[in-house]
Design a protein around this ligand. Structure first.
Ligand SMILES: Nc1ncnc2c1ncn2[C@@H]1O[C@H](COP(=O)(O)OP(=O)(O)O)[C@@H](O)[C@H]1O
Ligand SMILES: [Mg+2]
Length: 284
């Protein structure tokens, strides 16, 4: 359906190493206008790192990311900022500012990047919070709401500037099945008629299959499989089958963290007792 739409993201031979370890290893794919691309894969396989490269907040070791036809990997921060006005980003943690209220968090991009009047901003904030089912929560602080609610505030903020392109990092983790369906329906509605394009990281398979136009599965820093939801569902690749059915036994190893640990040898160790020193100073 959307596979013939305009290409708005082109990732080519993207490589990112941390120390000696290639977290992203020769990744190439395109995203077309109006589609919902779901990126899935085990914890720690590089999904968030891939998103960070797509929004220009991390620079690759090598390779290219073109967004709206422009090479984002070669841009200076100021140019990246200009491109970001066309993007919405929901971070995995929600990334809300703790000192601001829910409403102020959602208003932030509007205050920073537009000349809209306070009344207009208030109207948009209410409307975005209504979209994510949080009418009436404007005046609470992030500490006073649940994890799933923070996620939805993050989504309302990502949608504040009415983006052409939305990046969502695990938007439904911590949400109950009904709220998951609400967020999924919202993503579907916003992409209908090619108005918005979405790149969604998810390991919630119900949600992924409900929204995806196309899916990419990452593993060992590479693309293990990609295709339509039907192609993924019917994939003969045992890793894909293990992942989408959540089976404990299969080709995906459980000892990934061991391997990771070995590869983090470039990080300088810090003795734990130093943390105790800090703790005493702060509270004492
Ligand atoms: N800034 C960094 N420095 C060193 N290693 C990192 C950094 N960011 C991510 N990594 C490593 O890259 C791997 C992939 O991380 P991430 O992209 O967050 O995984 P995912 O989102 O798929 O769970 C992890 O092993 C993580 O430790
Ligand atoms: Mg992640």
């Amino acid at each position: 359906m959307n596979s013939h739409g305009e290409t708005i993201i082109e990732v080519n031979d993207l490589v990112r190493r941390f120390g000696d370890r290639a977290v992203l290893n020769n990744i190439s794919f395109n995203v077309h206008r109006g589609e919902i691309l779901v990126i899935m894969g085990g914890s720690g396989c590089g999904k968030s790192t891939l998103l960070r490269h797509m929004i220009g907040s991390m620079k690759p070791t090598s390779g290219s990311v073109k967004i709206f036809g422009e090479e984002i990997t070669a841009m200076k921060e100021r140019e990246v900022e200009r491109v970001r006005l066309r993007l919405g980003m929901l971070f995995q943690s929600g990334a809300l500012l703790a000192s601001l209220t829910v409403g102020e968090n959602v208003a932030l991009p509007l205050m920073q990047h537009t000349k809209k009047s306070p009344d207009e901003i208030e109207r948009i904030v209410r409307q975005r919070l209504e979209m994510v089912g949080l009418t009436g929560f404007e005046d609470l602080k992030p500490d006073e709401i649940s994890g799933g609610m923070k996620k939805r505030v993050g989504l309302a903020r990502a949608l504040a500037l009415d983006p052409e392109l939305l990046f969502s990092d695990e938007p439904t983790s911590g949400l109950d099945p009904i709220m998951t369906a609400v967020v999924d329906q919202l993503t579907l509605k916003l992409t209908q008629g090619s108005h918005m394009t979405a790149v969604v990281v998810s390991h919630d398979m119900t949600s992924a299959f409900r929204i995806a136009t196309r899916m990419i599965m990452l593993g060992h820093g590479s693309i293990v499989a990609q295709g339509t939801p039907d192609e993924i569902r019917n994939s003969s690749n045992p890793e894909v089958q293990q992942f989408i059915h959540g089976e404990p036994d299969g080709p995906i190893p459980l000892n990934l963290s061991q391997e990771e640990h070995k590869d983090h040898s470039h990080v300088k160790p810090r003795p734990f007792f130093r943390a105790r020193g800090r703790f005493h100073r702060k509270t004492g």
